[in-house]
Write a protein that binds this ligand. Sequence first.
Ligand code: ARG
Length: 462
Amino acid sequence: MKVKNKAWGGRFKNAQSKQFLEYGASVGFDQKLAFFDVAQNTAHTLALAKAKIISRAECLKITKGLEGILRELAEGRFVFSADDEDVHMNIERRLREKIGPVAGKLHTGRSRNDQVATDTRLYVRDACRKITGLLRGLRTAFVFQAEKTVDGFMPGYTHLQQAQPIRIAHWFLAYHEMFLRDEARFLSTEKSADVMPLGSGALAGNNFGIDRRFTADLLGFSTLSQNSIDGVSDRDFASEFCFAVSTLFVHLSRLAEDLIIYSSSEFGSVVLPDALCTGSSIMPQKKNPDLLELFRGKAGRTTGNLVNLLVLQKGLPLAYNKDMQEDKIPLFDSAEQALSSLPLAVELVKGIKFNEKILAKRLRNGYLTAVDLADFLVLKGMPFRSAHHLVGEIVSECEGGGIPLAEIKLDALRKKSALFDASVKSYLDPTLSPDRKKGDGSTARGEVLKQIKRLKKALRAK
Ligand code: ARG
């Protein structure tokens, strides 16, 4: 391409290397900003008209042209060309093709630096809104499952060793809490993105006295950036977004890992929906939890995106630097991973089935009520440390004799301590253990029901 055809070609005597221009073009990925760019262009054009920098007729011509471009984009007819470097230049070129030289007035009082920062914020704001909507759906699925499993029990684990009996509903609600925090993080990221840098120009501001508040209102931004240098160089909102996505995937990966373990033949306590599993090309018996493994894998991918974006910004001098063009690759990837994973996560959670028969047997055969047994002795006056030691001995002897704790005879217990009496029986029943828990947030039936009620009300209210 001849230098004079480049938007910034005036300064150059010699043409750029073709290979270098191709290398520097971002339109291959930043075309995802096209809709936001048209919105921004339209708002900016109206602001130019308001400031009487362009006439009403010019304003009408430009906005009509942009409307046509919007239609081309929506219908997939818009042709992006790498010759035009990025999405912004592509849209401006197309506008020129459609309405002629007046298109050249669109970029008055603006730089691609504040332009791209504005588009990127619009993108993040939009992604946050979509993701919070999906997260609400996911939370609803957890609450729905919790409601169905209030009276089901499972071993709770620490160190992946059987710890104490819990309600299955309580396990579902634990994940609900993680995704509730995720939702809050995306709402807060949306706020961080809700600042309009347009008007910052290249870095120093613009010379035309454009009413920034007017443009911000048109684009739905609550606030204006307060420093034009920071306006074009701030990408904190993008880092925050990638952190929020990365944390979301860390949560999904924990859910995935629990379910991969529970659905293995060795555990057998969960059945995963067929619709979300695959078979093996060689082993006919296999039902592979691919979706869960992908969630787990994407925790790595999206955390990589976060690190990518942070390292990209580290040590950058003020203000805009071309390095920042690369921010969109990890940013878009994180957004797309979240947006494509969450609907499947909803389907997954809806389809989880706990095998309550296996779980009941497992609870009876274990030593999950050891703490309850120790607490029994504590209630009879024994110091907890001594009770802990004594019950440790009892468990060890039971294990040696292959007797589950629930089946130990009162005589055997009384040989260990005279404090034991017939009332100890209920302390050994794993299904009675959860309701012994007191205080907010425990696995006791009353607490779990209270949480479900509160969450259902909150989900309905919004
Ligand atoms: N494509 C560029 C980016 O995404 C737009 C900003 C270009 N600014 C500049 N001064 N060359 O970062």
